[in-house]
Design a protein around this ligand. Structure first.
Ligand SMILES: [Zn+2]
Length: 415
């Protein structure tokens, strides 16, 4: 068979994306609701498996509901390409789903061009990436880093246990551990994703090639003073927990100025005061300090500085304090050879690309523990994500898809 150059069929890709987004759409808000292991998430997985089956791929679902469609040799190692199909509540039309649809479009393009890969390509849609139960469960299961203890303990915000949710979907929670792929059986993982930030749009560059995924530390801080009447308690005799919280928040820019770099972020995104009543001085405050950077040493310096800030704020406001590490994920450097290959292919295609970090977590960082992994970004209009306003121009999507296709063809070779 004479081989042609494979090319992305943009309208076919669009209708595949529309097909996925028919699941979980809320016409009232314009948002998409395919929360991990919910009915719409499970239904879209069944639908996508059927689509891949119609394309002649060998389709399977593993113990955590990751789905795979294999193209090429039935045996031997493979290159995985894809992202996730689940969404946050009221999410957008591109986050995750775009990478899965681009992956299948690449396989369709290879097939149409008569390419018979020497090594198999597996399209993958991972499970529970968005964090109903903590996030990246599907890729952690593939990489063999999920543990039975974690699976048993995980619950969602409404108190539903992961094991119950999996049972309700007809999944055996013990299947999580069985989903691990043998080291060496996966030669590479490629993920295309929306940037979810404003950098590419701001720079007018259609493609980001991620070198490092930022690490994150979450510190839960509890401040305890004395709740008392807001009218009768003189200002100088108060132990106001909100005043302590405010002092901590006020110090954030100073900490960043002294210890941070371009990629440093500190956020207090969740806070509660108690009793949270108009006429009462807040006796307790609980909040989470979220610290991110691409360099572990910087994260530790920022963390140490924020711990000192909390101690000072507590002392100045006559408060007791406690700081607990809620969670920690180290920064992950993605595979330098794959990154190099992507830059080369982008140059060959004549597409501008930016070497950049990712501030958000992605499946690629988990997959890097199993195999060489790479992450490509396409621009997010206005930097918006996790919302119905999420948008990426199709012109940029076509460039990103063409780059994934070129990289895949090089990675799997032709037989
Ligand atoms: Zn995502």
């Amino acid at each position: 068979m004479s081989k042609r150059n494979p090319h992305i069929d943009s309208s076919r890709l669009r209708s595949l994306l529309d097909g996925v987004n028919a699941f979980g759409f809320n016409p009232q808000t314009g948002g998409f609701n395919r929360v991990g292991y919910g009915p719409a998430d499970m239904a879209v997985r069944a639908w996508f498996m059927e689509e891949m089956r119609k394309d002649g791929l060998t389709v399977r679902r593993d113990g955590v509901a990751n789905i795979f469609g294999r193209f090429g040799p039935a045996d031997g190692p493979s290159v995985l390409v894809g992202s996730h199909l689940d969404t946050v509540p009221e999410g957008g039309a591109f986050d995750g789903v775009l990478g899965v649809c681009v992956a299948l479009e690449c396989v369709r393009a290879m097939r149409d061009a008569g390419i018979e890969p020497a090594m198999a390509v597996e399209v993958v849609a991972t499970a529970e990436e968005e964090g109903r139960f903590g996030g990246m469960l599907g890729s952690q299961a593939i990489a063999g880093v999920a543990t039975a203890a974690w699976v048993d303990a995980a619950t969602d915000a409404g108190g539903t246990r992961l094991v119950e949710a999996m049972h309700d979907c007809g999944l055996d929670p013990r299947g999580t551990l069985g989903a691990a792929r043998a080291p060496g059986s996966v030669r590479a993982f490629l993920e295309l994703h929306i940037e979810q930030g404003p950098v590419l749009e701001d720079r007018g560059i259609p493609i980001g090639i991620v070198h490092t995924v930022a690490g994150v530390v979450n510190l839960t801080v509890r401040l305890a003073g004395a709740a008392n009447h807001s009218g009768t308690t003189p200002m100088h005799m108060r132990a106001d927990a909100l005043a302590g919280l405010a002092a901590v928040a006020h110090a954030v820019p100073h900490v960043l100025q002294r210890h941070g770099h371009d990629n440093s972020r500190i956020t207090i995104g969740k806070a509660d005061i108690h009793p949270n009543f108009i006429h009462t001085v807040p006796g307790k405050a609980e909040f989470v300090v979220n610290i991110r950077d691409t360099d572990d040493a910087v994260i530790r310096a920022l963390e140490q500085a924020m711990r000192a800030v909390v101690a000072d704020a507590a002392e100045a406001n006559r408060l007791e304090y406690a700081i607990d590490e809620h969670s920690r994920m180290a920064p992950v450097a993605l595979d330098p050879d794959l990154i190099g290959l992507l830059h080369q292919e982008a140059d060959r295609l004549g597409v501008a690309s930016l070497d950049m970090p990712s501030g958000a977590g992605h499946d690629a960082q988990t997959m890097q523990t199993l195999c060489p992994s790479a992450l490509l970004f396409v621009p997010s209009r206005g930097g918006v994500s996790h919302a119905p306003d999420e948008w990426t121009d199709w012109e940029d999507i076509e460039k990103g898809a063409a780059l994934v296709l070129a990289a895949l063809v090089r990675l799997v070779g032709e037989s």
